[in-house]
Design a protein around this ligand. Structure first.
Ligand SMILES: NC(=O)c1ccc[n+]([C@@H]2O[C@H](COP(=O)([O-])OP(=O)(O)OC[C@H]3O[C@@H](n4cnc5c(N)ncnc54)[C@H](OP(=O)(O)O)[C@@H]3O)[C@@H](O)[C@H]2O)c1
Length: 193
């Protein structure tokens, strides 16, 4: 049985991915968030909730014990969070990380220069890329609520294609990555329709 730890579990992408995991897989989930009273457990038999800040090293490390996959969908001090995630994963010998970043961090979107608004995404990606964990960094386009699952992937060094991506598409990819320990490992991938 695969166990997935979801960091930032009350965020938009995390809640969408949580629903996809529960609907389409039999994985067990640990939902990690600040101020846990905001989140109703969506499936008490398969999900547990931990209140914690990703910057709190002890709580984070404890939450990582006995997990198989970490899925991080965060905001704010993302470089500090990435450093803590990598450190805690090393301590408990946990290998697999799926980390949500953003399109544009390498200047890969034709005609767009996002500059310092993307610094937290760029810096956190650099921390993860310098680690020796089995990471996949996702660089999605702008999220849409449209129902289709229809996306393409671009690798680091290639120009980003398109602009948007549906949350359904993103969750489809997140679930596939969590279930396949070899899929896009060591890659930072653009995801767009
Ligand atoms: N909107 C787009 O089209 C788009 C496109 C590409 C990338 N992105 C990026 O993708 C990421 C996920 O998007 P989203 O819409 O799901 O964002 P979101 O709803 O703002 O979720 C981010 C979550 O991160 C949590 N968080 C921040 N710092 C934390 C910490 N120290 N410890 C624990 N949790 C922490 C927040 O928790 P609290 O609720 O406690 O603050 C929040 O629930 C964001 O960084 C976003 O900017 C967005």
């Amino acid at each position: 049985m695969t166990r997935v730890l979801i960091l930032g579990a009350n965020g938009q992408v995390a809640r969408h991915a949580t629903a996809s995991f529960l609907e389409t897989t039999d994985v067990d989930l640990t939902l990690y968030l600040r101020r846990a009273s905001r989140l109703k457990n969506p499936a008490p038999k398969r999900a547990m909730i931990i209140e914690g800040d990703v910057l709190d090293h002890m709580v984070l490390t404890d939450a990582m014990r006995d997990q198989d996959v970490v899925f991080a969908s965060l905001a704010g001090d993302m470089a500090g969070q990435a450093r803590n995630i990598v450190k805690s994963m090393r301590e408990v010998d946990l290998k697999r990380l799926i980390f949500i970043s953003s399109m544009g961090i390498y200047g890969e979107v034709p005609g767009q220069k996002y500059r310092n608004v993307l610094d937290p995404y760029r810096d956190s990606a650099a921390v993860i890329e310098a680690s020796n964990i089995d990471y996949t960094i996702l660089r999605p386009g702008w999220f849409t609520q449209t129902p289709e699952v229809d996306y393409q992937i671009t690798q680091k060094g290639e120009p980003f294609c398109g602009h948007d991506v549906s949350l359904n598409s993103l969750s489809d990819l997140i679930v596939k990555l969590a279930l396949d320990p070899t899929l896009h490992v060591g890659c930072s991938i653009g995801v767009s329709q």
